[in-house]
Design a binder for this molecule. Sequence first.
Ligand code: UDP
Ligand code: MG
Length: 341
Amino acid sequence: MRQVELSVIVPMRNEARNLGPLLDRLRPVLDRLDLPAEVICVDDGSTDGTADMLKMAHAVDPRVKAISLSRNFGKEMALAAGLHEARGRAAVLMDADLQHPPELIERFVALWREGWEVVYGQRRDRQADGPLRRWLSTAFYRLFALVGQTELPPGAGDFRLLDRKVIDALNAIEERTRFTKGLYSWVGFRQVGVPYDVPMRSGGSSRFSLLALWRHAVDGITAFSTIPLRVWSYLGLLVSAVALGYGLFIVVRTLLYGTDLPGYPSLMVAIMLLSGVQLIGLGVMGEYVGRIFAEVKRRPLYLVRETVGFGEPAGSRPAGGELRLAAVGGSRVDGPGLREE
Ligand code: UDP
Ligand code: MG
């Protein structure tokens, strides 16, 4: 078998009807590039027959390979699964809904050959998203720029090419809360952006609800910043200082003018405000403790039900000695959480 040069990784959640149009546009691009390529489709717990479509696609074009996860693990984990299985000297990550134009891959590969290790697509605008989502995402990126300890290039998403060095670096990261956008920046390497316009989704609607995006945003902040944890001590200091000043003021005033009627409303406001602030602080602590809990359990990132097109036996992977496969109940259990001691 020829060494694969380029792995295209496509996470898929119920994308059965997008698979055909996607491959129709992707295949000519790969043909033109004339590289030994593989297309790794990660079926992320689809219920619409995506897995069967993938088997048919593999029969037609053996470059198409499939990994079916045992349930829906989310896009970040689907990408992690694809990156672990990728054998190429470079990998392109792209969505299945044609919002990431396959033709751009040629440009990515050209820049990669010039020596860039990460080539990311940069959205010029987000017209394809609704106004609320656009506004929320702008707000998130502003906040992230403020508190995040890693810089995110504007408009950069998952559509990108990664060199083998970067793939290995990402595969070595064992974080369970995977905010991949942040990890791409965190690993460093020589990076360059390619601007592109995002077309409308080719079929169905976005697989992410606002609630899912909110959770993703909290994951992002907590994974890349400890400022939310530390801000409470400063707030506490400030509130204590104000309280101390106010206490002194009351003592002095009582000494000079005696007592007047005690102020019930101001007392209530102070109690409610302070208990509210304390609960928020506790909640933020909880967010981090919950994530520490998830990390120390060291569960595998994802579980694989079946794979199609990966003929070779487990263990023959280029991705550094860190990663091993284990057989559980006939299917393969994967992820950096499992190691041979
Ligand atoms: N996706 C996935 N698992 C999920 C949700 C989404 O693999 O739990 C895939 C989806 O099939 C698509 C890509 O991630 O290929 C981007 O999803 P979508 O287009 O719904 O997101 P948006 O474009 O709105 O960010
Ligand atoms: Mg989309």
